[in-house]
Design a protein around this ligand. Structure first.
Ligand code: ZN
Ligand code: ZN
Length: 263
């Protein structure tokens, strides 16, 4: 079973190609369950996400594709939701109430700083990375504890510009993973990191090793923002999961977890 649950659409203004083209690529690659999870509307950083008024269009576009391609692929509808610690009220009730199969919670901001956006890379020069990682992990833990999300997006995204977590924070990485476990969230192995300066999937092998010991379930995603990114890097992520002893992967339907053999 091949699953890919995190893929974007042009509604977020920074992805190219139509959802139908993504789906055709997914079918070509033999993906069995394919999920769209575009950036959910929020009254924050509006140029990188769909507008609240576009949410119905997003839902209906994916639903009609799901019907049209029903015989060839199992299409799921999700949303990737920004979690900004201390600004939880920004999360729209329309997003939480939307009839989606799953919500991916993602931390892309430390306060106002969109740390994965190359536009703001200059801020790293003055950043205390131990402090940043500590705040980032606090945000991930709070996001897991919120109980709003089925999937934790790109767990160690802060390494994107090649700033891996300092080893002094290993105990904190562990407790963050424990909160994911305690709140029954699933970790995605996201291949987007392979095409970024950090040049490895999210999360790292070391983090996944701890996750495996804690028996945190996993899923796969390519986080595609273009047609050629659909399914890219999957084999690396799958082989990594297999080498760590993972035998199963997850997907979601109506926010209920499903488990499949990893082959
Ligand atoms: Zn994006
Ligand atoms: Zn993301």
């Amino acid at each position: 079973m091949r699953v890919d649950l995190h893929n974007h659409t042009p509604l977020c203004h920074h992805a190219s190609g139509t959802p139908e083209q993504y789906l055709q690529k997914a079918i070509e690659l033999g993906i069995n369950i394919y999920g769209f999870s575009c950036h959910a509307p929020m009254a924050f950083d509006p140029e990188y996400r769909m507008a609240l008024s576009e949410l119905p269009e997003y839902m209906s576009t994916i639903k009609s594709l799901r019907e049209r391609y029903d015989e060839q692929i199992d299409v799921r509808i999700g949303l990737e939701v920004d979690f900004i610690k201390g600004k939880e009220e920004l999360i729209e009730s329309a997003v939480l109430e939307a009839k989606v199969d799953y919500l991916i919670g993602s931390v892309h901001f430390l306060n106002e700083w969109g740390f994965d956006n190359p536009e703001f890379i200059g801020r790293y020069k003055h950043a205390d990375m131990t402090q940043c990682w500590s705040e980032y992990l606090d945000s991930i833990a709070a996001m897991a504890q919120s109980g709003l999300f089925q999937i934790i997006g790109h767990f160690d995204l802060l390494k994107v510009f090649d700033n891996p977590p300092p080893s002094a924070l290993l105990p904190k990485l562990r407790t963050t993973l424990e909160s994911i476990k305690d709140n029954a969230c699933v970790l995605e192995i996201n291949s987007a990191g392979l095409r970024k300066p950090c040049a490895e999937q999210y999360p790292s092998r070391e983090i996944l090793q701890i996750a495996k010991k804690l028996e945190i379930p996993i899923t796969f995603s390519s986080d595609a923002h273009s047609i050629e990114q659909v399914g890219a890097g999957y084999e690396i992520c799958r082989d990594l999961a297999l080498s760590l002893g993972y035998t199963h992967i997850c997907a979601f339907k109506d926010k209920e977890r499903e488990t499949f053999a990893l082959t």
